[in-house]
Design a protein around this ligand. Structure first.
Ligand code: FAD
Ligand code: NAI
Length: 466
């Protein structure tokens, strides 16, 4: 008889949330993690340390760029980078310990080491001291996450040419930083170092930032970043990089053709996407052949191998912590014979810059391509009293609703704290809500959330506050 109902390989948001749910459902569950700490990319080198630096650098920026002075607060800020890094590390440590506590609380066995599938129902764990243990299990869940996609010709040494992990721990504020890739990582971590004093240039292959983001929203966002001092080289193909002890010389050429250029910087951040991580996982022992998107689930997290499931970044779909988490929970519910479900149409995305960007559902471009008739309601934060009084009137809320039924199809926002507010629309949309439902719901005054309501009112043209 198998020792376990479920063995989860990988202790990130997919794995650890799944493990907690499995414990709650009474399954005998073990979670294997090789990095020595639970929490995966998200807690250790992703979501959480980046947000710690975004928060601290935002306050530093406000103190240095005149925002505090405008409020009548006169200070002489002095950057203490080691302390900023130390508080980040302390918070991360507390979070990973918290997850370890949750494992105990939910009767999950946490096994430290690297896991490898060794045939149906078998997982071998290699501990740090090299010893190996074989676990027998009814179900194996692959939750091994992702890693940065390398860029040929620009080798990450995490000294001068860094990936996101290196960019979370630079030893100094660069005078100049070149970011390759105008995606989420590039713009969030670019923001951190710009606020701390770096000149930031973003080199992007496409002719726009944030591919996949609603066009109009991306333009509003780019305008704001440009105002903050970001420089953009769009439509640029990086052709090579020479790193020395002093910095990096990066060469690129226009994608559309034209003269090659070089740019020098103290540091280069490569942030051109992430790819599924399956190294040394023994997939061949159960006949799984991963493709570019990782281990493919045919049906509700089930792989081609019986009893082997997959969740999170290592499989298709957006590489987001909350998507991994929801998949972990739903997967365990299915294993326990219940009805687990993830609504892939309503996974929100947030970029934690200032202003923030938050989005859920379809973009205008997607609706046009699908031939769906829609109405638009927009509301600018300049017309929201709370945002205005706080001097944060940048950005807008855009609501897209079905032209015939008024059902909300997509919401795209740039503005203050929009990441915390998008949940309102996630709930409304999960319930099949119409823009009128949000428009007729009383919202507290004065809050930024009134801008969401006003945009919903705008769909039928009865906005009050513009
Ligand atoms: P991971 O978190 O990658 O966890 C997988 C774990 O499996 C790792 O700890 C790894 O060590 C372990 N592992 C791999 N192979 C084995 C093996 N064979 N044996 C044992 N253990 C193994 N997402 C958001 O939603 N919001 C954000 O704000 C956000 N910010 C980010 C910022 C950065 C800089 C980065 C890099 C990512 C960010 N993400 C964010 C993405 C988020 O981190 C991932 O989507 C999320 O961590 C995926 O969870 P996961 O459980 O699938 O994989
Ligand atoms: P990304 O996919 O968001 O952006 C990569 C960018 O690089 C794109 O604009 C792409 O066009 C560009 N690019 C690709 N190849 C290039 C090349 N050769 N030269 C120049 N540009 C090139 O990927 P990113 O920023 O690396 O993030 C990886 C993942 O991490 C994302 O899937 C994201 O979901 C997740 N993440 C989420 C965060 C959040 O939710 N706030 C924060 C950080 C990461």
């Amino acid at each position: 008889m198998a020792q376990y109902d479920v063995v989860i390989i990988g202790g990130g948001p997919g794995g650890y949330n799944g493990a907690i749910r499995a414990g709650q459902l009474g399954l005998k569950v073990a979670i294997i993690e090789g990095r020595g700490k639970l929490g995966g990319t998200c807690l250790n080198v992703g979501c959480m340390p980046s947000k710690a630096l975004l928060h601290a650098s935002e306050l530093y920026d406000a103190a240095t760029n005149g925002e505090f002075a405008k409020l009548g607060i006169e200070v002489k800020p002095k950057l203490n980078l080691p302390q900023m890094m130390a508080q980040k590390a302390d918070s991360v440590e507390a979070l990973t310990k918290g997850v370890e506590f949750l494992m105990k609380k939910n009767k999950v066995e946490y096994i430290k080491g690297w896991g490898r599938i060794a045939g149906p129902g078998k997982v071998v764990v290699k501990a740090e001291d090299g010893s190996e243990t074989t676990l027998e299990t009814q179900n194996i869940v692959i939750a091994t996450g992702s890693e940065p996609t390398p860029l040929p010709g620009v080798t990450v040494d995490n000294k001068r040419i860094v990936d996101s992990t290196g960019a979370l721990s630079l030893p100094e504020v660069p005078k100049s930083l070149v970011v390759i890739g105008a995606g989420v990582i590039g713009l969030e971590l670019g923001s951190v170092w710009r606020r701390l004093g770096a000149e930031v240039t973003v080199v992007e292959y496409l002719d726009r930032i944030c591919p996949g983001l609603d066009d109009d929203t991306a333009k509003v966002f780019q305008r704001s970043l440009t105002k903050q001092g970001f420089k953009f080289q769009l439509g640029a193909k990086v052709t090579g990089a020479k790193a020395s002890a002093k910095g990096v010389e990066l060469s690129f050429e226009p994608v559309a053709g034209g003269a090659a250029q070089t740019i020098s910087a103290d540091y280069v951040l490569v942030a051109i996407g992430r790819r599924p991580f399956t190294e040394g996982l023994g997939l061949e022992t159960v006949g799984i052949v991963p493709d570019k998107r990782g281990v493919i689930a045919n049906d509700h997290f089930k792989t081609t191998a019986p009893g082997v499931w997959v969740i999170g970044d290592v499989t298709s779909g957006p590489m987001l912590a909350h998507k991994a988490e929801d998949e972990g929970v739903a997967c365990m519910e299915l294993i326990a014979g219940k009805a687990g479900h993830v609504n892939y149409d309503l996974i929100p995305g947030v970029i934690y810059t200032k202003p923030e960007v938050a989005t859920v559902g379809k973009t205008e471009e997607e609706l046009k391509a699908a031939g769906i008739a829609y109405k638009v309601g927009k509301f600018p934060f300049t017309a929201n009293s709370r945002a205005k009084i706080n001097h944060e009137g940048e950005g807008q809320v855009k609501v897209l609703a079905d032209a015939a039924t008024d059902r909300i199809l997509g919401v795209h926002m740039v503005g203050p704290n929009v990441g915390d507010m998008i949940g309102e629309f996630c709930v409304a949309m999960e319930f099949g809500g119409a823009s009128e439902d949000v428009a007729r719901t009383c919202h507290p005054h004065p809050t930024r959330s009134e801008a969401l309501r006003q945009a919903a009112m705008g769909v039928e043209g009865w906005t009050m506050q513009a």
